[in-house]
Design a protein around this ligand. Structure first.
Ligand SMILES: Cc1cc2nc3c(=O)[nH]c(=O)nc-3n(C[C@H](O)[C@H](O)[C@H](O)COP(=O)(O)OP(=O)(O)OC[C@H]3O[C@@H](n4cnc5c(N)ncnc54)[C@H](O)[C@@H]3O)c2cc1C
Length: 497
């Protein structure tokens, strides 16, 4: 049973929202509400016009922090489930409205860039600013956010912070958690919290991390301050190498990173995955991609280390131009998403991903274990047309593995998620946890990985569930996200009194 079921009718919820925000800020169009009940941009049922889940009562568009506070306070008092939304590019079910008559609170009209501060290297913007717009604005100052997820043209600051997103240049610039200086968020009782912008502090735990990654399950993010970096693409050097073994590629990345170098891009693709990106030159091999970036001297030093790294390793070289061209077409706008949906509909097939992370010493074992288990156990293996992985974000202690899988769909659309995505996703998640890694590297837990939240955190789940209890005691924030429904709010059976 969903945790927060309001005694109010849809009509009273809509009437209350109209009174609070005005008619133009409340959307009740049937088709828009149906679409707002799902996120998975690859949701096979939605592409077929099937929307089986609970449909929200309304989408509301706050125009300021006070609006958000008024909506959240009202929702908490009336036990109405709230699903925060900004760019709508979530992939793990975070936007799915699993409770009847939810309110989708869409921050995309709060889209002002408030301050660009080139002296203190910060940009302050509201939650509904698209990352691409912020990036274009700061570039005019010769600066960059350094954040470049493939969803950059569509994703907005609220969602990017709420999911702990990571960009393609993360090895140099960090994930969003390294970029957020301060922020403003509204909690379900209407409290507006501002975490101030300071370079660092030792004034207790880092409370930014209560909000970063909270996936709309604790609060609504209204404003974000990001740090900025100099933009100097003229110094970029692009590298591509073909290697025989995936493990060799991973070992090369490890050597470079643990030696202290920070190429902005640091990737290795298995041959199956490489084929979909580099068909014209991968020659059936693993592809290592590296980019040296930064000041002229820093980029040159990183480039020199990369050359040295491959001097005595068996490899074939790929031209820099090919790697650079590939990068320039990597991001996803609405056009690519629409084309993929059309392809799904026409050809009954789907490509999906599950990203995890693990220590350096266990990367190859995890890769092999996933490949072997899927091949041996997945009952529809004959429908899987591609199964591969890449490592695309590396750290001093380990890296991520981004598993990719394409399958032909030989079942009715309604069953696709149960027959294909869930079992494939489950094998990858289970293996990542078995090898001591994390079940999710950057897409967030959403609703699809909640069965493993407790296992992911172990004894630290106490901290996580206490946050939910403290900040969302009525369980109205994005029910079913991060926290499995039976563990939402006060319903965690294992929590101490
Ligand atoms: C084609 C494609 C490529 C992608 N590439 C990447 C990538 O390279 N790296 C990466 O990390 N991710 C990637 N993603 C996943 C997704 O884009 C990111 O997770 C992104 O951060 C979501 O931002 P959004 O504004 O679209 O958020 P939404 O989809 O609107 O929401 C995402 C989650 O955040 C919550 N949320 C949204 N706004 C707020 C708010 N204001 N306050 C509190 N909670 C909120 C929602 O409830 C939901 O749980 C990709 C997705 C797609 C479709």
């Amino acid at each position: 049973m969903p945790p927060s079921r309001s005694p109010l009718s849809r009509q009273s919820i809509v009437a209350a929202m109209t009174e609070l925000l005005g008619r133009s800020a409340v959307e009740t169009d049937d088709e828009l509400l149906r679409q707002a009940s799902v996120d998975r941009f690859k949701k096979y049922t939605a592409v077929h016009g099937i929307f089986d889940g609970p449909i929200p009562a309304a989408i509301v568009y706050p125009s300021c922090t006070a609006d958000v506070a008024a909506v959240l306070r009202w929702a908490q008092e009336n036990l109405v489930n709230v699903v925060p939304r900004t760019g709508g590019t979530a992939t793990e079910g975070g936007l799915e409205t699993v409770v009847d008559d939810s309110l989708v609170v869409d921050g995309s009209r709060m889209n002002a860039i408030l301050t660009i501060d080139p002296v203190n290297m910060m940009a302050i913007a509201q939650c509904g600013v698209r990352l691409q717009d912020l990036e274009d604005t700061v570039r005019a100052y010769g600066l960059t956010t350094g954040h470049s997820p493939q969803s950059k043209p569509l994703a907005q600051l609220g969602g990017l912070v709420a999911t702990r997103s990571v960009g393609q240049f993360s090895t140099l610039y960090g994930g969003i958690e390294d970029m957020v200086v301060g922020l403003e968020a509204v909690f379900p009782d209407g409290t507006v919290t501002r975490i101030k912008n300071v370079p660092r502090r030792a004034a207790g735990p880092d409370i930014r991390h209560v909000v970063i990654g909270s996936e709309g399950a604790l609060c609504f993010i209204t404003e974000v301050t990001l740090r900025l970096f100099r933009y100097q693409p003229e110094n970029n050097r692009y590298f591509g190498f073909l290697v025989d073994d995936f493990a060799d590629g991973v070992a090369a990345l490890r050597e470079l990173i643990t030696a202290g170098y920070r190429p902005s891009v640091c990737r290795v693709y298995s041959p199956e995955d490489a084929r979909q990106h580099f068909a014209d030159f991968y020659q059936g091999k693993n592809v290592v991609v590296l980019v040296a970036e930064g000041t002229e001297r820093l980029a040159a030093a990183t480039a020199e280390a990369i050359e040295e790294l491959f001097k005595d390793r068996p490899h074939e070289r790929v031209s820099s131009k090919r790697i650079q061209d590939w990068f320039e077409n990597l991001n996803w706008g609405q056009e690519k998403i629409d084309a993929e949906k059309a392809d799904m509909l026409e050809n009954s097939r789907l490509g999906y991903t599950t990203e995890v992370s693990v220590d350096w010493s266990r990367v190859s074992s995890l890769f092999d274990a996933v490949m072997n288990r899927i091949r041996a156990e997945f009952p529809r293996i004959a429908d899987v047309t591609m199964l591969g992985a890449h490592s695309s974000h590396s750290y001093q202690t380990g890296t991520n593995l981004y598993f990719v899988y394409d399958y032909e769909i030989n079942c009715v659309p309604r069953e696709e998620i149960e027959v294909y995505h869930k079992p494939l996703n489950a094998i990858i998640v289970e293996e990542a946890l078995r090898f001591g890694g994390s079940m999710v590297h950057h897409h967030g837990i959403g609703k699809y990985r909640t069965p493993w939240t407790r296992q992911e955190h172990g004894s630290a789940y106490y901290l996580l569930s206490t946050l939910k209890q403290a900040f969302d005691p009525n369980g109205v924030m994005n029910a079913g996200t991060i926290f499995p429904p039976d563990q939402d709010a006060g319903r965690d059976p294992e929590r101490r009194p």
